[in-house]
Ligand binder design. Structure first.
Ligand SMILES: [Zn+2]
Length: 484
């Protein structure tokens, strides 16, 4: 089954059958975060997507080695250090820890290796030395630059010709505008390392070529990153690695779409910029992950209010169903091995597998969830058979669903706890307290007792306006939130 996986490869611009170099083994690298500030929702989305791709590959039976780097030396880090009176290393270390905590809060599982650039400077120097020796790079004024014209396939990923290229780096030492820096000469007061070309530090692109090669080998199965990295970053990674090693750098290139907010690219200057901490204050991690998965990973996603309203509603509905099932399983522990929904139960994993084999189509997987939960709810509310006879089927549903929910890292919380927390947040946002609602419930009961139905109805209406609905149940009056 695993060999039916299809992946959209940016290199070929085609959906291709996935064939790893070693059968059943995947070596995957994704570009990580430059650590100079709090991580934002764009970082979150990328990390969630590649976390899921890794988990899906494992689910399909592959052994996966996944590497995600930290860029811990760069102009922005150096600038932040200068502005705050700290060292670049202190800034980087602080934000590595900070972003790791943020990602863990989003239930992103760590990569197998999370290397830092500054731990690999000798490897980087060695890699650059080979490029210089081979004539693929040149030295000018203690700077080493990649000679793009020497790599005849340059532009194959971003599909650009040399004469259309715009310069992406500013340095007086370039021979040609499209050349880029591998080793930058030290400037006064900046961190630097000794090298054959004088003290300096690595350029940006070289780090990924070196660290991917070091941990995963000269040819990767999958290299990933955001669409904004196709050019120049990934184009340059290919040029360096293939010039150095004489073999393909990565067989598959996967790019995720970018996070927009209200139709625009996120920017602090536009006031539509959200950190992971900001969004976690508003939404449970499952709602954030659900939102990311509801979009195809390769398309941009607009983090507008509306998309979160929709996913909050879905996630809450799913958890309520899971809660009902869990309560029933406690009340009526299954005591037979019946399966009253055989097709639905086998369809849980089959449907998931089919969706993810098609280029990691998580949106379709979530659509399958919706269908499944509709069927489960219909089963729950059907008058026949008796609840006691339904519970083993419900247990099977719960078990099978857990297997796929774990892959996506959603719906793996205690449903009761999720619902309680969701309601607490909802009440706080709608300026109403549980005590206030209880008072209204008592007042309504009093009115009903006095046969004052008008007042009783009025109380219901008032609560409805404040997005609370009352439900008369055999256990008494219960309230729930109204999500519109
Ligand atoms: Zn990279």
């Amino acid at each position: 089954m695993a060999n039916a996986l299809k992946i959209y490869n940016t290199l070929s611009r085609q959906l291709e059958p996935f064939k790893p170099i070693n059968e059943n083994e995947v070596r995957m690298y994704a570009c990580g975060i430059t650590v100079y500030d709090e991580s934002h929702v764009g970082h979150a989305s990328q990390a969630i997507i590649f976390d899921a791709i890794r988990n899906i590959l494992k689910y399909l039976g592959y052994k996966v080695s996944y590497v995600r780097n930290f860029t811990d030396i760069d102009d922005k880090i150096i600038r932040k250090a200068a502005n705050t009176g700290k060292t670049a290393d202190e800034i980087a270390t602080f934000y590595i820890e900070d972003s790791s905590k943020d990602l863990a809060a989003l239930k992103v599982r760590p990569a197998d290796h999370e290397p830092r650039v500054t731990d690999h400077v000798p490897d980087i120097i060695e890699f650059i030395r080979i490029l210089v020796d081979k004539g693929s790079a040149y030295v000018n004024n203690h700077e080493v630059l990649f000679d793009v014209e020497k790599f005849t396939e340059y532009g194959k990923l971003s599909r650009q010709k040399l004469d259309q290229l715009v310069s992406t780096e500013d340095t007086p030492n370039k021979r040609n505008p499209w050349d880029f820096s591998l080793w930058k000469p030290a400037k006064e007061g900046e961190p630097s390392w000794e090298s054959p070309w004088g003290p300096g530090r690595p350029g940006w692109h070289i780090e990924c070529s070196v660290m991917a090669g070091k941990y995963l080998g000269k040819t990767l199965d999958i290299h990933g990153g955001g669409l904004d990295l196709v050019f120049p970053h990934h184009e340059n990674e290919i040029a360096q690695s293939e010039a150095c090693n004489g073999q393909p750098f990565s067989n598959y290139w996967i790019h995720n779409g970018l996070v927009m907010v209200d139709g625009r690219k996120m920017a602090k200057s536009l006031g539509n910029f959200y950190t992971i901490k900001d969004i976690l204050k508003k939404f449970h991690p499952d709602i954030i992950r659900f939102t990311v998965f509801s979009n195809h990973y390769s398309s941009n996603i607009d983090f507008a209010e509306a998309i979160f309203t929709t996913s909050s509603k879905r996630v809450y509905y799913f958890y309520k169903t899971l809660n009902t099932v869990d309560q029933l399983l406690k009340t009526f522990p299954p005591d037979d091995d019946s399966n009253l929904l055989p097709e639905v139960i086998t369809g849980i994993q089959d449907g998931f597998r089919e969706a993810v084999l098609d280029n990691f189509n998580t949106a379709r997987a979530l659509a399958n969830f919706s269908e499944l939960f509709t069927q489960v709810n219909a089963f729950l509310s059907a008058p026949k058979p008796k609840m006691k006879q339904k519970t083993n089927t419900l247990r099977l549903f719960r078990e099978e669903f857990k297997k796929i929910a774990d892959v996506l890292g959603i719906f793996d919380e205690d449903p009761g706890v999720f619902i309680k927390e969701f309601k607490r947040k909802f009440l706080a946002e709608h300026n109403i307290t549980a005590a206030e609602i209880d008072e209204k419930i008592t007042a309504r009961a009093g009115a009903k007792k006095n046969k004052d139905y008008e007042t009783a109805d009025k109380i219901c209406e008032q609560l409805k306006e404040r997005k609370i609905m009352l439900q008369d149940t055999p256990q008494g009056v219960e309230w729930d939130v109204i999500l519109d």
